[in-house]
Design a binder for this molecule. Structure first.
Ligand SMILES: Cc1ncc(COP(=O)(O)O)c(C=O)c1O
Length: 222
C-alpha cells in the first residue's frame, strides 16, 4: 500500500488542482439554498462570470460536468434535422459530434489528423457553398485537451462573416477558459461552453454557457 503524505496531487489535465485558499473557503457550514444570502451569492457569481468569459451577456451555470453543458448547448440552439459543420481536431470534437448526431443533428464532420486546428478557409468555403443556409451552426473545440491543438476562434468568426452566412458559432472552451485567451463578445461567439474543473481550478460538477443575443433568439424558436 502506498501512503501519501500531504494533499494528493492529481497529475492530469483535469480536474486540475484546487488552490488551497479555495479548499479552505469551501470548508464551512452550508447556507440556506432558498434564502437571501444564497440569492446574493448567486447574483455575485453570475455577474463575476461575465468578466471571465469577457461578455456583457448572460452566463448560465448548470449542475453537471462539461458534457452536460455540451448537451444543453445542442438542445437549446438546434433541432433534429438541422445541419452543422464541425472539425475533427481531436478526441473531444469527435465525442461532441457524436452527441450532436445522437440528437438527430446532421453533422458535416471535416476530417482531420488531430494535429491541426479548425481551418477558417474551409469554414468560409463550406458556408459560401451553402446558399440555402441549411447549416445552422459551426461547432468548434477551442482547445483539444488530448493534443493541445488550439483553434483560432476569431478567424473562424471572420470566415463566417466573410461568407455572409447566418450560422451560429458554438465554441467548446472546456479546457480553454481560464487557461487560454477567450473573448466571447469580441470574437462574436454565440455560445461558449465551459466547466469548473480545468482552467477555473474548481471541483468538477458545474457546467457554464455564455450566450449571445442571437443564440438566445435561436433557443426561443427551437
Ligand atoms: C476539451 C474537453 N471537452 C470536454 C471534456 C469533458 O468534460 P467533462 O468531463 O467535464 O464532462 C473534457 C474533459 O477532459 C475536455 O478536456
Amino acid at each position: 500500500m502506498t501512503l501519501h503524505q500531504g494533499r494528493h496531487f492529481l497529475n492530469i489535465p483535469g480536474p486540475s488542482p484546487v488552490p488551497e485558499r479555495v479548499l479552505q473557503a469551501m470548508d464551512r457550514q452550508v447556507i440556506d439554498h432558498r434564502g437571501p444570502e444564497f440569492g446574493r451569492l448567486g447574483r455575485e457569481v453570475l455577474e463575476g462570470c461575465r468578466a471571465i468569459f469577457q461578455t456583457e451577456g448572460p452566463v448560465v451555470i448548470f449542475p453537471g460536468s462539461g458534457t452536460g453543458a455540451w448537451e444543453a448547448t445542442i438542445v437549446n440552439t438546434l433541432s433534429p434535422g438541422d445541419r452543422v459543420l464541425m472539425f475533427e481536431t481531436g478526441h473531444f470534437a469527435t465525442l461532441w459530434s457524436k452527441m450532436a448526431a445522437r440528437w438527430g443533428i446532421t453533422v458535416e464532420f471535416v476530417p482531420g489528423d488531430w494535429r491541426h486546428s479548425a481551418d477558417p478557409a474551409i469554414v468560409e468555403a463550406k458556408l459560401a457553398q451553402d446558399r440555402a443556409h441549411a447549416i445552422k451552426a459551426v461547432m468548434v473545440v477551442h482547445n483539444e485537451t488530448s493534443t493541445g491543438v488550439t483553434s483560432r476562434i476569431a478567424q473562424v468568426r471572420h470566415a463566417i462573416d466573410a461568407a455572409h452566412h447566418p450560422a451560429l458559432l458554438l465554441v467548446e472552451s472546456i479546457s480553454g477558459l481560464g487557461s487560454a485567451d477567450l473573448r466571447h463578445d469580441e470574437w462574436g461567439i454565440d455560445v461558449t461552453v465551459a466547466c469548473s474543473q480545468k482552467g477555473l481550478m474548481l471541483p468538477p460538477g458545474l457546467g457554464f454557457t455564455a450566450i449571445s443575443q442571437k443564440a438566445r433568439a435561436a433557443s426561443k424558436t427551437n
